[in-house]
Design a protein around this ligand. Structure first.
Ligand SMILES: C[S@@+](CC[C@H](N)C(=O)[O-])C[C@H]1O[C@@H](n2cnc3c(N)ncnc32)[C@H](O)[C@@H]1O
Length: 209
């Protein structure tokens, strides 16, 4: 476990994210539980501790680099086993976090892990985004689910005035955006530590209606 903890701490340093011993411990507990539950629930294709730290934890932490500092509430849409919502919540504990995940087993795991990590101010919504009513947040975020165009259409009714959408995208982003006119979009290219990968963090402002 020491090697794993060192990898995580080095990842925080490379991303220039200040962290406490307690936050590192929460990630290590998350890792242990994810590996344990993955056997029965098939939550993630990533099996080794190194893969989980880099491709789930550190990849999710890239969202922090573009998260507006005044955000009070956020929703992770299609959270799966908690990415990026739980890593963001661990590092920004004051944010009220909604984890939207319709798949039963994943939602059960999310309830278990949020209780196990004693995360206050997290609500799991086990519905599809299209079925949700009455949810309003400052930030809607997603990884590995929607195109930028679809995410804007489907979430704009759930965003508070002045709120933003954040998506993490891979190399096909430019192709995806071709032919679309999207106002107030900003793309930050961020390197994922320990990997030959650049993530495109897409932030879209002023989508509320
Ligand atoms: C490819 S996984 C990504 C999970 C996680 N965001 C990650 O990056 O590891 C997509 C997740 O979105 C959920 N999902 C699919 N359609 C959805 C919808 N319409 N609304 C909300 N969640 C959805 C699936 O159940 C699945 O867990």
């Amino acid at each position: 476990m020491k090697e794993t903890a060192d990898l995580l701490k080095r990842g925080f340093e490379l991303l220039d994210i200040p962290h406490s011993i307690n936050q590192v411990d929460l990630f290590l507990t998350y890792l242990i539980e994810l590996k344990k539950w993955n056997k029965a629930y098939n939550l993630s294709g990533l099996k080794t501790e190194r893969e989980i730290i880099i491709k789930h934890f550190l990849d999710s932490l890239l969202f922090l680099k573009v998260l507006p500092s005044g955000a009070l509430s956020a929703a992770d849409i299609g959270s799966g086993a908690g990415f990026p919502g739980i890593p963001v919540k661990i590092m920004a504990p004051k944010i009220k976090m909604f984890l939207v995940e319709p798949a039963g087993k994943k939602a059960i795991f999310l309830r278990h892990i949020c209780s196990n990590l004693d995360l206050a101010g997290v609500k799991i919504i086990d519905k599809r985004l299209e079925e949700i009513e009455g949810l309003k947040v400052d930030v809607a975020m997603t990884r590995a689910l929607f195109t930028v165009g679809d995410f804007i259409k489907k979430t704009r009714g759930h965003i508070n005035r002045g709120g933003v959408l954040i998506l993490s995208k891979g190399p096909k982003l430019r192709e995806e955006l071709k032919g679309l006119t999207i106002q107030n979009i900003k793309v930050s290219d961020l390197k994922l530590p320990f990997a030959d990968t650049v993530r495109h963090l897409v932030v879209v402002k002023d989508v509320a209606c």
